[in-house]
Design a protein around this ligand. Structure first.
Ligand SMILES: *[C@@H]1O[C@H](CO)[C@@H](O)[C@H](O)[C@H]1NC(C)=O
Ligand SMILES: *[C@@H]1O[C@H](CO)[C@@H](O)[C@H](O)[C@H]1NC(C)=O
Ligand SMILES: *[C@@H]1O[C@H](CO)[C@@H](O)[C@H](O)[C@H]1NC(C)=O
Length: 694
């Protein structure tokens, strides 16, 4: 059973017991000049167990906290914000809590209470839309206490169970992270001190800066092989692009934090084990990227309508810059994309969208490659993302004990409700929300057009339809032949591994992907390894680190021009390129959102109205998920009661008595959707001539 039902049940029980609900409210002001002017942002208020740091554990699977969120607008130095109550319908402007929706549900007891305010900047995108977002600052975009967030001192509070107001003040600001390396602008992407083999590069991206209307940066952590000589341009190295989350100052494969890997890499010698001799480390350059974004700790490294041209920034600006700084082999066969989980999707997508740049991907337990299963959600066919047709709750996080018994740690509903505390309109900086921003188009409200209602889970199929260009199986199969010719181009270049006990059910999307591409390309078109009873973690095929890196190195030498199976020129032709930003924005940006809209229209079928249905109206076009109410207007005044209508319906106006004089009819339609401003659109007037008696 979903959490929502549980909440309704407990509320109903409280009502039956006749217990008066005590009102708990929290009023927060500011002090210490932490605010210099009005800000918009998200307040997160946390009730943690006595004697614990409220941020110790905010995870959906384990947090003991009661957490509440509320948006503020133009919150100034002398303003206060009050959090009280909370319900599922007022999430855009009111309070919404997890795991208890309302503050009134907090049980009496002693708590450590702290509040945070993540300030939003107003960004005006190149396409003219304005959005309020928190831009991260070299900290990988944490979801509560990012750099620049305001915070209150933690106070111990007795919640009495009677009406009560708690007063807090934002009195401190989360300071910038230290980044002692050479800075070239804002704190964005940080920058760290170079070491002998690990170099930190950061550039201002022209394309991202143009898109966001502010300076935007992308960074790279470049691990060089032992013996690398910057001046010897004749010795050049293949590159492994190791895709991952924000990893601050770490290089690929845990350098320099993993002691065993680091000592082998630094010495250039892999110590032999089990009596085998030592062997040299493969001579490669390994690159990780820093691309924290205003929606997540990374951007997914593709061009998207909500996060912007990160695919171009990384692949067309940063990589050429790195090729100019370091002695790389800038050829597809010598460039491998690899990574797990988010990095699994990013590495696969980077190859699939840009076969002309990269040679192969080795992607492990990737985020869904095929949205027939988005984790465990049957996204294309289910009516709801939280419950299946048979009423079963859809799980999101699982674990197995050694006997193979499955334990569900969170459902999709729980995880989405938890995310909603930290941000509305897909701004929580958490997993389901960033998928909305990567895979979805921009909504008319400027934020990601969400595929389902965050509270109820109701799926909007028209929103999901837009995800198809990021459904990698769909993308490959629809571009199988023709200009991109991906059936030929990508054959034998995609390598994927995943375990059947993946903690996030990501094996399901892999199986769907495999079945769709292999249906066209024959068994093994994509090299997919399903590992029995393996969970989310480890490297590709759960290989040992050096064994894996040597596999990548071998792929490169096998596919080199002088190797046994060189990459065919046609496979890396520029015509194979996809995910073109101009197309992404044309399909999913502001212009596309506006083009989706239309006003209601009234049509008078026969000019002379007697009694009956001669006047009809269409409701106009609205974003998916907008709920509509219609109202007929006669000569500008409401006629009859407003009534609920479904999008796409045709409505009829039927005067109950024959009108005696000519009149004008209009149809007013009001649309309401979570995180959208309520909007009423009125049709042009249509003139109806009264039937005249002979
Ligand atoms: C939320 O809105 C729905 C639809 O209007 C309504 O049925 C429900 O009772 C509301 N819930 C609350 C808690 O107000
Ligand atoms: C996987 O786990 C199941 C259930 O514990 C067990 O029956 C099966 O033998 C395991 N398979 C492998 C390959 O370990
Ligand atoms: C799939 O890739 C693995 C390496 O991960 C390799 O050992 C295997 O031969 C490949 N399978 C096919 C059919 O090419």
């Amino acid at each position: 059973m979903g959490l929502t039902s549980y909440r309704l049940a407990s509320a109903a029980l409280a009502a039956l017991a006749g217990s008066a609900v005590a009102e708990l409210s929290v009023t927060i002001g500011s002090s210490n000049n932490v605010l210099t002017g009005p800000v918009d942002g998200r307040v997160v208020l946390i009730f943690a167990p006595k004697d614990t740091d409220p941020l110790d554990d905010i995870d959906v699977t384990s947090s003991p906290n009661k957490m509440y969120g509320k948006n503020v607008a133009a919150f100034g130095p002398s303003d206060t914000v009050t959090l009280a109550g909370g319900d599922v319908n007022g999430t855009a402007t009111g309070v919404y809590g997890w795991p208890l929706v309302s503050l009134d549900e907090v049980e009496p007891g002693t708590y450590n209470v702290q509040a945070f305010l993540s300030p939003y900047d107003t960004a005006t995108r190149a396409d003219g839309s304005q959005v309020r977002l928190k831009f991260p600052c070299g900290d990988g975009a944490p979801n509560v206490n990012g750099v620049g967030s305001l915070k209150t001192t933690t106070v111990e509070v007795d919640v009495t169970g009677s009406d009560q107001t708690i007063t807090l003040a934002f009195d401190d600001i989360e300071p910038p992270s230290t980044s002692s390396g050479s800075e070239i602008g804002s704190c964005y992407q940080g920058n760290y001190e170079d070491t002998e083999l690990l170099k930190f590069v950061k550039i201002r991206s022209e394309k991202l800066s143009a898109f966001w209307g502010r300076d935007m940066y992308v960074g790279a952590n470049v691990l060089l092989p032992k013996g690398y000589d910057a001046d010897d341009k004749s010795v050049r190295y293949p590159v492994i692009y190791a895709q991952d989350h924000w990893d601050a100052d770490s290089g690929a494969f845990g350098y320099p934090n993993s002691a065993a890997f680091t000592s082998a890499w630094d010495n250039g010698i892999i110590p032999g084990t089990n009596g085998n001799p030592d062997r040299p480390t493969p001579k490669l350059i390994m690159i990780k990227f820093r691309h924290e974004s205003p929606f997540y700790d990374d951007s997914y490294a593709v061009n998207t309508a909500n996060i912007g041209p990160y695919g171009d920034a990384i692949n067309e600006e940063l990589i050429p810059h790195l090729d100019s700084l370091f002695n790389t082999i800038a050829e597809p066969y010598a460039r491998i994309q690899e990574g797990g989980s988010t990095g699994g999707w990013v590495s696969a997508a980077s190859l699939i969208f840009r076969p002309d740049l990269f040679g192969a991907c080795f992607s492990y337990y990737p985020d869904s490659l095929d949205f027939h299963r988005h984790q465990d959600i049957q996204l294309y066919t289910n009516a709801n993302a939280y419950v299946n047709a048979d009423g079963s709750a859809i799980p999101s996080i699982q674990t197995h004990d050694s006997a193979g018994n499955q334990q569900i740690l969170a459902t999709v509903a729980q995880e989405n409700h938890w995310e909603l505390v930290f941000g509305t309109a897909s701004r929580s900086f958490l997993q389901w929300d960033v998928w909305n921003s990567v895979f979805g188009v921009q909504g008319l409200n400027g934020y990601p057009l969400e595929p389902w209602d965050k509270v109820t889970g109701e799926i909007y199929p028209e929103s999901v339809e837009y995800w198809k260009s990021f459904d990698l199986a769909n993308y490959i199969t629809t571009n199988w032949a023709g200009a991109k010719n991906l059936g030929e181009a990508l054959k034998d270049r995609i390598h994927i591994s995943v375990g059947t006990w993946d903690n996030y059910f990501l094996n399901e999307g892999v199986v769907e992907f495999q079945s769709r591409v292999d249906a066209l390309g024959g068994e093994g078109w994509a090299n997919v390894t399903i590992l029995a009873n393996r969970t989310h973690g480890g490297l590709y095929e759960r290989r040992e680190t050096w064994n894996y890196i040597e596999l990548l190195d071998k792929w490169i030498s096998d596919h080199a021009p002088d190797g046994p199976t060189p990459l065919a020129p046609a496979a890396t032709s520029p015509s194979t390129r996809g995910n073109v930003f101009a197309d992404v924005i044309a399909n999913g940006g502001r212009g596309a959102a506006l083009a989706r809209q239309a006003d209601p229209v009234v049509t008078v079928k026969q000019a002379k109205v007697k009694c009956g249905a001669s006047v009809s109206g269409t409701l106009g076009r609205w974003d998916p998920g907008v709920k509509l109410t219609a109202q007929w207007l006669v000569d500008g005044e409401p006629s009859g009661a407003a009534f609920a209508v479904a999008q796409g319906q045709t409505v009829r106006f039927a005067p109950t008595t024959a009108p005696t004089s000519d009149f004008e009819v209009q149809l007013a339609v009001t649309g309401v959707k979570r995180n959208y401003v309520d909007e009423t659109r009125v049709s042009e007037a249509a003139v109806v001539q009264a039937a005249r008696r002979r």
